[in-house]
Design a binder for this molecule. Sequence first.
Ligand code: FAD
Length: 278
Amino acid sequence: MKLEQIYNNKDLTISFEVFPPKADEEKLLEELKIIKKYQPAFVSLTCGAGGKGNKSFDLISKINDIGFDVMPHFTCISSSFESVEEGIKAIEYLGVDKILALRGDIPEDITLRKYDFNYANELVKFINEKTKLSVGVAGYPEGHIESADLNSDILYLKNKVETGADAIFTQLFFDNLKFYNFLERVGKEGIKVPVVAGIMPVISKKQVKKMTALARITLPKKFKAAVEKYDGSELVKFGIDYATEQCLDLIKNNQNKLHFYTLNKSYSVSKILDNIRS
Ligand code: FAD
C-alpha cells in the first residue's frame, strides 16, 4: 500500500525499521516473525552508508515472503543517474510500491558535487519521474547535523515535499517537546504530508554514544542519568519504559504514526507495543 493510503486515517499506524544484517538473515526474519502480530503497515529496510542505493533485493523479497510490505531506503550521494535509475526500477520490479529517498551521509573520500545527486530533493524528483513509487523522506526534529539551524533545515524539507514526497519519517528523538515544536514549525511552513515519529528503544550505552555522535539528539536529564546509571538488562528495561512513555504521550497528543527503529531485535518493541495496547 502506498504511503498516502497508509496514513490516510487517524488510527494508530506502526512500522518497523530493520537493517540488512552482516551475516545472519535468518535471525532477522525470525525476529520479524515474532513482531508480525503487531500488524505493522510495513517494514522499512535501511541501506548502508556510502550512497550505494539499496541492493538488498533478495532480502526485500524474503521480508515480503514472510508477509510484510517493505519500504526500502535508498541513498543517492555519490551515485550516477544510471545506477539510481537501475536501482529504483529493480526495486519497483520486485512489486514494492514505496521507497525512502535519502541523500545519505557524505563519504569522507569524495566531494559532494562530483556526482549526479547533491541533495535528497533531487532524488525525490528523479524517482517521481522514473517510477510510480510513493516516496518518503527524512526529517530532523532538532535539525540535521549539517544544517545551520532548524529553520533552514525545514525549508529544505519543504523543498523535498514540494518536489513530491508523500510522507516524512523523523530521526529518533528522546524529547517529545522537540517533536511537537518540529510539527508546529512544519505546519507553519504549509507542509501538509504526514509526519511519522521515529522511536528508538535504548538497549546499550554504546548505541546512545554512537547516535549522539552522528546526529543532533537532545538527551533529557532523566534519560541521561539513567543511561549513566544502568547497564545490561536494567538499561533495556529503562529503554522500554522510556519509549512506552514517549509513545503514550504522542498518542495522547493525537500523534498516531509511529516508526520503530528496531535494531533488528523484537524484544523491546514487543514490550512497548504490549504496554501501549494494554
Ligand atoms: P537532505 O535532505 O539532502 O539534507 C542533507 C543536508 O543538506 C541537510 O542539512 C539539509 O538542511 C541540507 N540541504 C538540503 N537541501 C539543500 C539544498 N538544496 N541546498 C543546501 N543545503 C541543502 N542513511 C543511510 O545511509 N542509510 C539509511 O538507510 C538511512 N535511513 C534513514 C532513515 C531516516 C528516517 C533518517 C531520518 C535518516 C536516515 N539516514 C540513512 C541518514 C541520512 O542519510 C543522513 O542524515 C544524511 O546525512 C542526510 O540525508 P537526507 O536525505 O536527510 O538529506
